[in-house]
Design a protein around this ligand. Structure first.
Ligand SMILES: Cc1cc2nc3c(=O)[nH]c(=O)nc-3n(C[C@H](O)[C@H](O)[C@H](O)COP(=O)(O)OP(=O)(O)OC[C@H]3O[C@@H](n4cnc5c(N)ncnc54)[C@H](O)[C@@H]3O)c2cc1C
Length: 408
């Protein structure tokens, strides 16, 4: 019987192990941590956004790097099949805003437990605290893995599912890139992606902790628009984060590494400037004797109000009936275009994923096998694949893990 060795007990590795074992293979999975799925555990703020319920064709447009490479894998294990896979293992799922799929329990641990139990049922051998140090190959064919303890494990096929280098405390420390290079593979430039951004202006720090739902953001480089999206964002002590910012970072990251960009936030995207001005007029008429700062209470969350009032340039204690039309229109424009300077991005410690990785040009997209070394397979984030937020990155891990497990 063929023996398959899976390196890495994350999403892709566990899916590969289950699939290979279901196909009658003898499977050994090694994981350097003391437990499986450490990164999986923290996904989706501990709730694990397993996949996205979007139309399968839309999955491709959510992939930022090399979507075409994923054609076979996404169609071999679709998002619907991922949902069925977990439902069959007893993990009931639910769909939330934006098609995000979560376990009904809101516990990522249920996803990990389901995979662990299935591997156990199928007789997959799991070795924890076992760190692969080198891939062994002879005459262009993989023969096994040497552990950091010096012990050699032999196998007919090896699946590398060691993840990226972001959140390294979860065990993803980039070992797979080294293995790939040592086997002659090219590794596309690495950079942190889906990562928070830093802001220059003082008011970003004043707004720390403020979450803005239903805003529209636009990121520009001079006059050129680089990104525009509707969604949720959050202010932190250094700048901005949250789903819409993280997704933007994948698109604007390269430029932002070169020079600062401008973030424009439309705080009232449902209203045109004209409609907002009418609303403002109504607000002003109802409060005409009150001070400006008190008349706009209903328009903003309490943390945002003092900042926006200060930036308006209107004296905060000015009576509303004394605010000029010009001042009011300037205020309306500020609400529609609350802007700040993006100065840089945070590092790997805070990046949801790693952009770049093992070049897909040297991997067979129909099997995940290396075109350079027979019997060597790659799956998951170690590959040069990445997507925006919304469950798509785990879909990449499940689909490529499945295909590697099926073909190994
Ligand atoms: C905070 C956070 C939240 C996220 N939330 C989501 C989400 O909700 N939805 C989503 O789609 N994506 C999310 N992601 C991204 C997603 O977690 C990853 O894309 C996915 O985990 C990649 O799976 P993987 O199996 O390729 O790698 P990993 O999950 O990183 O697993 C790799 C495993 O390999 C092991 N390993 C590494 N080197 C060795 C070695 N030498 N020997 C033995 N074992 C080794 C590691 O210890 C690790 O367990 C999130 C990421 C982060 C950091």
């Amino acid at each position: 019987m063929n023996k398959i060795l899976v390196v890495g007990g994350g999403a892709a590795g566990m899916m590969a192990a289950v699939t290979a074992a279901r196909n009658g293979k003898k499977v050994l999975l090694i994981e350097k941590n003391e437990k499986l799925g450490k990164k999986l555990f923290i996904t989706g703020k501990g709730r694990c956004n397993i996949t996205n319920a979007a139309d399968i064709e839309d999955l491709f447009s959510a992939v930022v790097s090399n979507p075409k490479f994923l054609y076979s894998s996404f169609y071999s294990m679709t998002n619907d099949q991922v949902i069925d896979f977990f439902e069959e293992l007893g993990v009931k799922t639910k769909v939330e805003r934006g098609g995000r799929v979560f376990p009904e329990s809101d516990h990522s641990s249920d996803v990990i437990r389901a995979l662990e139990q299935e591997m156990k049922r199928l007789g997959v051998e799991i070795r924890l605290r076992a760190e692969a140090e080198k891939i062994l190959a002879e005459d262009g064919r993989v023969t096994g893995v040497r552990l950091s303890s010096g012990k050699e494990l032999h196998a007919d096929a090896v699946i590398i599912a060691t993840g990226g280098i972001s959140y390294p405390s979860t065990g993803s420390t980039g070992d797979g890139y080294r293995f790939a290079r040592e086997c002659g593979h090219k590794v596309a430039d690495l950079s942190p992606a889906l990562v928070p951004m830093e802001v220059k202006e003082w008011y970003a720090r004043e707004l720390m902790g403020l979450s803005l739902r239903n805003v529209e953001i636009r990121i520009t480089d001079g006059k050129k628009k680089l990104y525009e999206e509707f969604g949720e964002m959050l202010f932190t002590h250094y700048g901005v984060t949250g789903p819409v910012i993280l997704s933007a970072s994948s698109i604007v990251g390269k430029k932002l590494r070169e020079h600062p960009l401008t973030l424009h936030i439309d705080l009232k995207p449902a209203l045109t400037e004209e409609q907002l001005d009418k609303r403002m007029l109504r607000e002003f008429e109802a409060n005409h004797n009150r001070q400006f700062k008190n008349a706009v209470d209903s328009l903003f969350p309490s943390k945002l109000k003092p900042v926006i009032v200060e930036l308006s340039g209107i004296q905060e204690d000015k009576k509303v009936n004394e605010v000029t039309k010009e001042e009011r229109l300037h205020f309306v424009r500020l609400i529609k275009d609350f802007s700040m300077t993006l100065t840089g991005m945070r590092g790997y410690n805070e990046a949801i994923i790693t952009k770049g990785g093992v070049s897909v040009k040297e991997i067979d997209p129909g099997t995940m096998e290396s075109k350079l070394v027979n019997g060597l397979y790659f799956a998951g984030e170690v590959l040069d694949l990445d997507a925006v937020t919304g469950g798509y990155n785990l879909q990449i891990a499940w689909s490529t893990g499945y295909l590697a497990g099926l073909n190994a």
